[in-house]
Design a protein. Structure first.
Length: 620
């Protein structure tokens, strides 16, 4: 504390404290926080059998004693209490089933959240008696649900907790990690004193909403790409950018989440010194002027409208033969569509072309991108393939395949399922797939013309924050109900997969929600998936790659503290297999980090990963 001279610091960053006291089993590692590995309510325990924890349960007493000692020894520092938010605690207790239960059994979820709210209020009172100054409700999993669900399930609980914190005369903070932009306004309506986020939420976006609601805001120093892996100067630049955006009113400069265990101490000292040295700020600001990065492409806006945009990214079609052929193929393929298609060449010799290439996430050229998505990369496709890709963006046939596609999009599994309400009693994907096979549609047609496009749409809506984890899981369940009817055709050879995709969560990380979601969506996109599970060691990744040459490898991480393991695995695999394509993703991962560790591609969501994989044109 004396070394970093922080104005405030958490007593402990452990979102498993309450879960452990309530019976969840934890796994501990040397360099990571503990992880929940069991969910009592999913294993048969009834909620009525659980009691609100006391200060003597689990490690709660140890933490409270630590809080009392810290407050006494450092009276000038504002100590933060981190209380697990009701939704995240509910997820610990019940497992991922809660996402679907929000749609199918809402009252059950409300009852569970009522209990978790009482647990949080009890913890707030424990911390207040220990003398802490700020009580932060940390509910990271709320970024995975939509605003409508947040308002229905989370907001009443959070509002009640913040009212309790006011009653006991403490300050409050509401922390969420992940891209929670869609819920920031609703979080403000819960009336916390502060809202803090990680780097997934732009600081200016948070600032504008919080100040309009007269709420303090905090964040979002980059945990891995700067604090863990960067130099002191990198960290100074990051901190200065945050300070310039945050301003002098209501802003708290802080890391976006818990610091990785091996964060470089010199980096933290550099940030602390910069905050207190205006002259140093001027120097760093001048050093940063030449390093402006291009803004990422907003696919939702770019692809809007009734026309299809085709971008041909080239070195220069006037001097590069492959580039010329690629551009010519795109022009000829679109002629029959008239003014429904807009074509533009971007030459990377120009600043505009180089920026566009970076925005599209391209590694190789020439390339044809349709509505902001790389479709044909490096290899010049037949005219028929380009026409087909354009047609798929312009229209869809009205038939059984379209009905299957629609039900997958809506998460309608079968006629007996009440969800979604507007399709209650109607045939679902299960019945429609059997009907399509009986009507003479081939298994390959059902997969390629209904299932894969439907999951593609779901993926795009998820990427655009128009769908969230509960809805996507229902769509994936619907897709699986169709897949069971098509499995025999895979073994017969009628259906060929696009390739092999290996995926696992890196060593030390036991979180699997995001990984499982990727598995379901990639399988729905026509790929064979090999799921290595969680806590996957580098040697296990290496063995899987060795046995499946020509595959694509995906690595996931949710904990910032496991990012170093991801780097180790990527480095080791590329050393042994330089040609191996590796995609990385997960809540704390970003493009800067992916580039630094040498990953081939960064996927912020499953659909981006699928688009990239499809662009590689692998043969299974």
């Amino acid at each position: 504390m004396k070394l970093y001279r922080a104005d405030g610091i958490p007593v402990v960053f452990d979102l498993q404290l309450e879960a452990e006291a309530l019976g969840c089993n934890l796994v501990w590692t040397e360099s990571n926080p503990p992880s929940v590995v069991s969910h009592p309510l999913a294993e048969g325990l009834d909620l009525s059998e659980l009691d609100i924890p006391s200060e003597n349960d689990g490690r709660i007493g140890i933490v409270m004693n630590a809080a009392r000692e810290l407050v006494k020894s450092e009276p000038e520092i504002a100590f933060y209490a981190l209380v697990t938010g009701p939704f995240t605690l509910a997820l610990h207790l019940s497992g991922t089933d809660i996402f679907m239960q929000m749609l199918t059994e809402p009252q059950r979820v409300h009852t569970l959240l009522r209990f978790c709210t009482d647990v949080a209020k009890t913890m707030c009172n424990f911390y207040k008696k220990a003398g802490v100054d700020v009580i932060a409700i940390v509910d990271p999993m709320t970024s995975q649900i939509g605003t409508e669900q947040f308002v229905e399930f989370v907001a009443p609980c959070a509002s009640e907790i913040f009212e309790e914190i006011r009653t006991i005369e403490a300050f409050s903070s509401f922390f969420v990690c992940g891209d929670a932009r869609h819920n920031i306004e609703a979080m403000c309506n819960c009336r916390p004193d502060n809202i803090s986020v990680d780097e997934n939420v732009p600081l200016d976006y948070l600032r504008d909403i919080c100040l309009a609601n007269r709420i303090s805001f905090g964040g979002n120093l980059k945990l891995t790409s700067t604090l863990l892996m960067g130099t002191p100067l990198d960290c100074e630049k990051d901190a200065l950018e945050c300070l310039d955006i945050g301003g002098n009113r209501g802003y708290v400069l802080s890391p976006g989440c818990d610091l990785p265990f091996y964060t470089v101490k010199e980096n933290l000292i550099a940030v602390s010194n910069l905050v207190r040295d205006k002259y140093r700020q001027d120097i760093v600001r001048e050093l940063s002027r030449q390093e402006i990065e291009c803004e990422p492409l907003d696919i939702a806006k770019y692809a809007s409208g009734d026309k299809v945009k085709i971008d041909v990214i080239t070195l220069d079609s006037s001097s590069c033969a492959p580039c010329q052929y690629m551009l010519d193929a795109a022009v000829r393929a679109s002629e029959s569509f008239g003014d429904k298609v807009i074509i533009k060449e971007y030459k990377i010799k120009s600043e505009e072309g180089l920026t566009k290439m970076r925005q599209l996430g391209l590694k190789n050229i020439p390339a044809i991108c349709i509505d902001g998505r790389p479709v044909f990369v490096s290899k010049i496709p037949p005219l028929g393939d380009i026409k087909k890709a354009i047609m798929e963006r312009l229209s869809a046939k009205e038939n059984l395949l379209q009905q299957i596609s629609y039900c997958i999009e809506k998460g309608k599994v079968d006629a007996g399922m009440a969800y979604p309400p507007e399709l209650k009693g109607q045939p679902g994907v299960d019945e429609l797939t059997k009907m399509a096979l009986e009507a003479g549609y081939s298994a390959n047609e059902i997969l390629s013309k209904a299932m894969i496009p439907a999951m593609g749409i779901v993926g795009e809506l998820f990427k655009e924050k128009k769908l969230f984890v509960p809805q996507v899981l229902m769509s994936a369940m619907a897709m699986k109900s169709a897949m069971k009817h098509l499995k025999p055709y895979f073994s017969s050879g009628e259906i060929k997969s696009k390739g092999v995709f290996i995926i696992g969560t890196v060593a030390g990380d036991l979180h699997d929600i995001g990984k499982n979601l990727v598995c379901m969506m990639v399988e729905g996109a026509g790929w064979k998936v090999i799921d290595l599970g969680t806590d996957v060691k580098t040697s296990t990744f290496m063995d899987a790659v060795s046995e499946n040459r020509g595959s694509i490898l995906g690595m996931s991480a949710l904990l910032t503290t496991t990012m170093a393991e991801m780097e180790k695995s990527v480095t080791a695999i590329h050393k042994e297999y330089p040609e191996q394509k590796i995609i990385v993703g997960g809540a704390p991962v970003n493009q800067v980090f992916a580039s630094k560790i040498g990953a081939d591609f960064y996927a912020p969501d499953p659909q981006v990963a699928i688009d990239y994989m499809n662009s590689l044109n692998l043969v299974s």
